[in-house]
Write a protein that binds this ligand. Structure first.
Ligand code: BES
Ligand code: MN
Ligand code: ZN
Length: 468
C-alpha cells in the first residue's frame, strides 16, 4: 500500500474510485451528489457505517464513487467505521488507486482506519492480492501523522502475532523487538537463558523448560521525559506457543495458540508508536518469551516452583502458564525497570472469551486512577474495555496447602487470573488487560481476519494522556 496526501481536491481524474461523505460529494463531485439524490432513502440514508457505490463516467473512464454515512453523531468511532467500510466497498471494483476525501480534526482517525482495513496477512501466500494505492485529499501528511503511526504500529503487531510458531519463536520475537526499537527509537535489551537464570526468574524458566527453543527476556525502554520519575511499565504475555503442557489442550483449543504472544506483540507495537510520536513520557516494556510445550523436561501438574519475587507457586494446571511467566515479568518491571505503574496485556483466559466474545477487553485493576486512564484512552483508541470486580473471596480458590499460592482454581477465571498476577506487582498501581477474546478475529470492519493488534492504541493513548 502506498499513501500520498494532497491538500486540495483537484477534481476527478487521478483515481479509479473515490470514497467520500454526502457533504463532500455536493462540494467536490456534484455528479455523484445528483445521483445520490435519486437514491431511495431505504437504500442510503446516511446512517453510520452505511455505504453506497455509484458508477460515474468521467471522460472515457468508469469511476466508482462510494458515499459513506457518518450518522447523526460524528465521533472517532463513526468516522473510523465509515472510512473502513467505504474503502472495503470501493475495493470491490478492483481499483488500482482509491482517492479518499476527508478533513477536519478526525481525519487522522480516517487514515488510521484505512490502513487497518487495507491490511491483510498474506506473508505465506504465493499469490498476493492486488495492491491498492491511496490518495488522501483534504489533509497534509503532518496533520494525520498520529493516525499513520498508529495504523502502522497496529499492523506491525498483527504481523508479529499472525506468524506461526515455527516462524515467530522466542528468538525471532526478540529479533523483531530489536528491529522495531531501531526503527522507532526505543532501547531493547535481550537476555538469554544464563542471564534469565542469573536474574532468578524461576517461574518463567519452569514454563520454558519443555521447549528446545531458548527463552528470551526482552526488555524495552523509552525515556522521553528524563525530568520525571514516573515510569509507565508495560508487560506483555509472550507465549509463542501454548499447547497447555502436560495439562494438554484438546487439538481444537490449540489451533490458534501461536497467537498466545498477542500481549507481547501489543507492547512492542505500543512502544513503537510512543517512540515514533516522541511522546514526552517514560515507558518501559518487558516480555518473557517462551513456549509452553511438552517434553521430558517440561514442568508437571503438582510441581511447586519458585519465582523472582520469592513467592512459591503450586502448579496445579500447566495450562495456566501465562500468569506464571507474567509473575516474573511483572516483578522485573517493578524491581529492575522501576516502573511506577504497571499495565499487563495477556491472552490469559478462555473465560474472557466466554464472557465478552471479541468485543470488550476485560480489565482487572487495583487502581481507580489506572482504570480511569484506561477508560478515557479507550475512546480515541476505539477499543472497548470493561472493569471486572476484584474481590478477596475469589482469591480463596488460589490458596494452596503446600505453597504460597497455586496457579489456578475456583470460578471467576478471568478475575482470579488477574489477581494471581497482582500478587507480583510489588504494590505498584497495576492493571491487567485480558485480550484473549479481542486479540483475534474471524473478520470485522477493521481487520479482515487473524490478529487484531488490540491494546496497541489503548496503551499508546494511556501513555499520551499521561504527558504532563
Ligand atoms: N492462552 C490460554 C487462554 C486462551 C484461550 C487464549 C482461548 C485465547 C483463546 C491460557 O494460557 C489458558 O490456557 N488459560 C486457561 C486457564 C485455566 C487452566 C485456569 C483457560 O482459560 O482455560
Ligand atoms: Mn494455557
Ligand atoms: Zn496461554
Amino acid at each position: 500500500m502506498k499513501m500520498t496526501f494532497v491538500k486540495n481536491f483537484p477534481g476527478m481524474g487521478e483515481c479509479d474510485a473515490y470514497v467520500l461523505c454526502p457533504g463532500c460529494a455536493k462540494k467536490h463531485i456534484p455528479e455523484a451528489a445528483a445521483l445520490l439524490d435519486k437514491v431511495d432513502e431505504k437504500r442510503f440514508s446516511g446512517k453510520a457505517g452505511q455505504t453506497i457505490a455509484l458508477n460515474l463516467v468521467h471522460g472515457d473512464k468508469l469511476v466508482t464513487v462510494v458515499i459513506i454515512g457518518f450518522g447523526d453523531k460524528i465521533d472517532e468511532n463513526s468516522f473510523a467505521k465509515a472510512y473502513a467500510k467505504g474503502v472495503k466497498e470501493a475495493k470491490k471494483a478492483k481499483p488500482a488507486t482509491i482517492g479518499v476525501i476527508t478533513g477536519g480534526p478526525l481525519a487522522g482517525k480516517a487514515v488510521e482506519s484505512i490502513i487497518l482495513a487495507d491490511n491483510v496477512y498474506e506473508t505465506h501466500k504465493t499469490e498476493k492480492a492486488d495492491k491498492v494505492d491511496y490518495i488522501i485529499y483534504g489533509v497534509e501528511e503532518d496533520e494525520v501523522k498520529e493516525g499513520i503511526v498508529l495504523g502502522n504500529a497496529v499492523c506491525l503487531t498483527r504481523a508479529l502475532v499472525n506468524e506461526p510458531s515455527n516462524v515467530m519463536t522466542p528468538a525471532q520475537l526478540a529479533t523483531e523487538a530489536l528491529l522495531a526499537g531501531a526503527d522507532s527509537g526505543f532501547k531493547v535489551n535481550v537476555y538469554d537463558l544464563p542471564e534469565i537464570e542469573k536474574l532468578g526468574m524461576k517461574a518463567f524458566l519452569e514454563v520454558a523448560r519443555g521447549s528446545d527453543r531458548e527463552p528470551k527476556l526482552i526488555a524495552m525502554s523509552y525515556m522521553g521525559d528524563p525530568d520525571s520519575e514516573e515510569i509507565l511499565g508495560l508487560v506483555g504475555k509472550g507465549i509463542c506457543y501454548d499447547s497447555g503442557g502436560y495439562s494438554l489442550k484438546p487439538s481444537s483449543g490449540m489451533e490458534t495458540m501461536h497467537t498466545d504472544m498477542g500481549g507481547a506483540g501489543a507492547v512492542i507495537g505500543a512502544m513503537s508508536a510512543i517512540a515514533k510520536m516522541k511522546l514526552k513520557v517514560n515507558v518501559t516494556a518487558v516480555v518473557a518469551a517462551c513456549e509452553n510445550i511438552l517434553s521430558a523436561h517440561a514442568y508437571h501438574p503438582g510441581d511447586v516452583i519458585g519465582s523472582m519475587a520469592g513467592i512459591t507457586i503450586e502448579v496445579n494446571n500447566t495450562d495456566a502458564e501465562g500468569r506464571i511467566t507474567l509473575a516474573d515479568a511483572v516483578t522485573y518491571a517493578a524491581l529492575k525497570q522501576n516502573a511506577t505503574r504497571i499495565i499487563d496485556a495477556a491472552t490469559l483466559t478462555g473465560a474472557a472469551v466466554a464472557a465478552f466474545g471479541s468485543s470488550f477487553t476485560p480489565v482487572v485493576s487495583d487502581s481507580d486512577e489506572l482504570w480511569a486512564a484506561l477508560e478515557k484512552a479507550s475512546v480515541p483508541a476505539g477499543e472497548k474495555v470493561w472493569r471486572m470486580p476484584m474481590d478477596d473471596e475469589l482469591f480463596e480458590g488460589l490458596k494452596s496447602d503446600i505453597a504460597d499460592v497455586k496457579n489456578s482454581g475456583g470460578r471467576g477465571g478471568t478475575i482470579t487470573g488477574g489477581m494471581f498476577i497482582q500478587k507480583f506487582a510489588q504494590g505498584r498501581p497495576w492493571a491487567h488487560l485480558d485480550i484473549a477474546g479481542t486479540s483475534y478475529t474471524k473478520g470485522n470492519d477493521f481487520c479482515q481476519f487473524g490478529a487484531t493488534g488490540v491494546a496497541v492504541r489503548l496503551l499508546y493513548h494511556v501513555a499520551k494522556d499521561s504527558v504532563k
